[in-house]
Design a binder for this molecule. Structure first.
Ligand SMILES: [Zn+2]
Length: 166
């Protein structure tokens, strides 16, 4: 990676717009408000994707995680020469949130540069499910529409905190 390639990249995270869109949707319960919020999250996931470190797979991924209090956390995939140490974008975003004291999540948005309908891998589904079966997962479909599934739909019969009595 050229040393100066990072200089043209920037994150313009519009936390206020996301918080307002979230509050509006929570009040209205309106499907159109929900879709605008999901689009906003997808836009932020795309922004996060620009910082991907994926020299091995060349498969850039970005994620934007929305907390239940309307905060947003971004992540990209970060690969490693050992391969096994690689972390996916959505886990990066969740780890950032948890390490800042946030553990309740509303939505996880994921985007890939090379494909649409890029749903989280099995490891990420397990990771997301840890924080609640109702968390929404949002991807952009190949038809351009926003696709949404709850994590319990993506990971049925999940092994979760309940199995350990938590
Ligand atoms: Zn993953």
């Amino acid at each position: 990676m050229p040393a100066n390639s990072e200089q043209t990249k920037s994150l313009n995270v519009d936390r206020e717009a996301i918080r307002k869109a979230f509050e509006k949707q929570q009040k209205s319960g309106d499907a159109a408000d929900r879709e605008s919020l999901d689009r906003l999250l997808i836009d932020h996931a795309l922004m996060a994707m620009q910082f991907t470190y994926s020299p091995y797979s060349e498969f850039p991924v970005g994620s934007a995680v929305l907390s239940k209090s309307g905060e947003v956390f971004l992540g990209c995939n970060v690969e490693n020469a050992s391969y096994g140490c690689t972390i996916c974008a959505e886990r990066t975003a969740l780890v950032k949130a948890v390490s800042e004291g946030v553990k309740e999540f509303d939505t996880v948005a994921v985007v890939c540069e090379r494909t649409k309908d890029a749903w989280p891998c099995g490891a990420c589904r397990q990771f997301i499910a840890e924080f609640g079966a109702s968390i929404r997962v949002v991807v952009e479909g190949s038809d351009g529409t926003v696709h949404v599934n709850s994590i319990s739909e993506l990971l049925p019969h999940m092994f979760g905190p309940g199995a350990l009595g938590k």
